[in-house]
Design a protein. Structure first.
Length: 428
C-alpha cells in the first residue's frame, strides 16, 4: 500500500495525489547547429509560449535560420508534450472529477434517503391506522357476537313463551268446558220447579246441599277461568315485549353489519395504500443500495494508504516503552491502545473525552453524527474488541484520513480509508 506524503512544515499534502509531473526536456538529433565550429542548442523545451527567437543561445553566431526545420521541430515537440500531458494527466484532476461525481451521488443518497424516510413514515402511519381499524373491527365483532347471542336467547324465550301460551290456552279451554258444564246443570235446575227438585231429593237437606254445591263449583270455575285469563294476558304481554326486543336486536344487528362492511372497506383501502407505500419504499431502498454500490465502487478506486512514523503528538511515544505498554493512562485506558490515543487526542484538542468506556467496540453506543475532522471513528466490527481512530480529514470522494494507534501493534499510523468498508460510526 502507498503511504501518504507530507509537504513542507509537516503539513499533509493531498493524500490522494502521489504523482508529480517532472520537467521534461526534449532533444532531437537536429537540435544543434554549427556555425564557426560553435554548437548552438536552440530547441530546449521550456515555456511553449516563449518566442522561438529566445531559444537561440547565441544570436550573433547564427546567421541562417532554417524556418522549415524549426516548424518541424516545433510540431514534433508539441506532439510529444500533448502525448505527455495525455498520459501524465495529474491524478488530482481525475480525483476531483471523481470527487465531484461522488458528491453528486451523496446528494442523491440524501434525497433518496429523505424520500425513503418519508415513505417509511407514511407506511408506519398507515399501519397505525390499520391497527386502529383492526381494533375497531374487533370491538365491533364482539358486539355483533353479543347481539347474535341475544337474538338466539330471545328466540328461545319466545319459543318457550309460545309453548306456555299454548298450554295456558288449553287449560283455559278445559276450565271453560268445566264451567259450561256447571252452568248447564245450574240452568237445568233453574228450569225445574222447586217442588220437583225437593221431591227428587232424598230429603230437604240433600236439596240444600246440592244447591250450595252447584253454586260453589260455579264460583270456583269462574275463579279458575279468571285466573287463566290473567295468566294469558301476562303471557301475551311478555310475547309482545319479546317481539319488540327481537325487532330491536334485528335492527342493531343490521346496523352492526353495515358498520362492519364500512370497516372492511376502509381496511381494504388502507391495506392497498400500505402495499403501495411498502412497494415505493422497497423501490427507494433499491435505488439507495444502487447509489451506495456506485459510491463504494468509486471509493474503491483509491487504495488504502498507510503512513507510519511520527506519533501524532501522543505523549507516550511511538511505540511506547515496553514498561508503559498496557499500563493505565489518565483516561481509563491502556497506553499504546487505540482507545488511549483517541482519548488523549480529544483531551489535547479540547473535545469531549469518552472516559473509561471499555473496549473500542463499546464506544459505538455514543455515536452521534457523521464524519467530521476531530470526530472519533469507531470500527465496531474489527475483531472482538473493535477499533477507534481520529478523523483528520474528510474528502469529497467519500474517503477519510484517520490517525490511530495500534492498527500496527502499539504504533502510530495515518490512513486514507473508505469508511463504508468498515461500517464506521462517529462520535463528534
Amino acid at each position: 500500500m502507498g503511504r501518504t506524503k507530507r509537504g513542507k512544515h509537516g503539513r499533509k499534502s493531498n493524500p490522494l495525489v502521489f504523482k508529480k509531473i517532472q520537467k521534461h526536456q526534449i532533444h532531437t538529433p537536429d537540435c544543434h547547429s554549427r556555425e564557426g565550429g560553435n554548437p548552438v542548442k536552440f530547441c530546449q523545451l521550456g515555456n511553449l509560449g516563449t518566442p522561438p527567437s529566445r531559444w537561440l543561445r547565441d544570436k550573433s553566431s547564427l546567421k541562417i535560420f532554417n524556418r522549415k526545420r524549426l516548424r518541424a521541430d516545433l510540431a514534433t515537440g508539441i506532439s510529444f508534450v500533448s502525448m505527455l500531458l495525455l498520459f501524465v494527466l495529474p491524478l488530482s484532476t481525475m480525483e476531483q472529477a471523481n470527487a465531484a461525481t461522488i458528491d453528486q451521488i451523496n446528494g442523491q443518497i440524501n434525497q433518496v434517503t429523505n424520500s425513503l424516510n418519508a415513505k417509511q413514515a407514511q407506511a408506519n402511519s398507515i399501519q397505525n391506522e390499520i391497527s386502529a381499524i383492526d381494533n375497531q373491527a374487533a370491538a365491533l365483532q364482539a358486539q355483533i357476537d353479543q347481539t347474535a347471542g341475544d337474538i338466539s336467547k330471545t328466540t328461545a324465550d319466545i319459543e318457550y313463551l309460545n309453548q306456555k301460551i299454548a298450554a295456558n290456552k288449553a287449560e283455559l279451554k278445559k276450565q271453560r268446558d268445566i264451567l259450561n258444564e256447571y252452568l248447564t246443570v245450574i240452568y237445568e235446575n233453574s228450569n225445574t220447579p222447586a217442588l220437583e227438585q225437593i221431591a227428587g231429593a232424598n230429603n230437604f237437606s240433600d236439596f240444600v246441599d246440592q244447591a250450595e254445591y252447584l253454586q260453589t263449583m260455579q264460583l270456583k270455575a269462574k275463579e279458575v277461568v279468571d285466573k287463566i285469563r290473567a295468566i294469558q294476558d301476562q303471557l301475551n304481554q311478555q310475547r309482545h315485549d319479546l317481539d319488540k326486543q327481537m325487532a330491536s336486536l334485528k335492527t342493531m344487528q343490521h346496523q352492526q353489519v353495515l358498520e362492519q362492511q364500512g370497516l372492511n372497506n376502509q381496511l381494504a383501502l388502507k391495506n392497498n395504500l400500505l402495499a403501495q407505500a411498502n412497494a415505493d419504499a422497497a423501490n427507494l431502498q433499491g435505488q439507495l443500495n444502487s447509489l451506495y454500490a456506485q459510491k463504494a465502487a468509486m471509493s474503491a478506486q483509491f487504495s488504502e494508504n498507510v503512513m507510519t512514523g511520527g506519533g501524532g503528538g501522543y505523549p507516550y511515544g511511538n511505540p511506547p516503552p515496553s514498561n508503559l505498554i498496557d499500563t493505565p493512562d489518565a483516561y481509563g485506558y491502556f497506553i499504546g491502545e487505540c482507545t488511549s490515543y483517541a482519548a488523549w487526542w480529544r483531551a489535547a484538542h479540547g473535545r469531549p473525552v469518552p472516559r473509561a468506556m471499555g473496549n473500542a467496540a463499546q464506544w459505538a453506543g455514543m455515536a452521534n453524527g457523521g464524519p467530521n475532522p476531530g470526530a472519533v471513528a469507531v470500527f465496531p466490527y474489527i475483531g472482538g474488541y473493535g477499533h477507534v481512530a481520529i478523523v483528520e480529514a474528510v474528502y469529497g470522494n467519500g474517503t477519510i484520513l484517520i490517525s490511530e494507534y495500534n492498527w500496527t501493534p502499539y504504533s502510530y499510523d495515518e490512513r486514507v480509508i473508505n469508511p463504508y468498508d468498515y461500517g464506521i460510526v462517529y462520535i463528534n
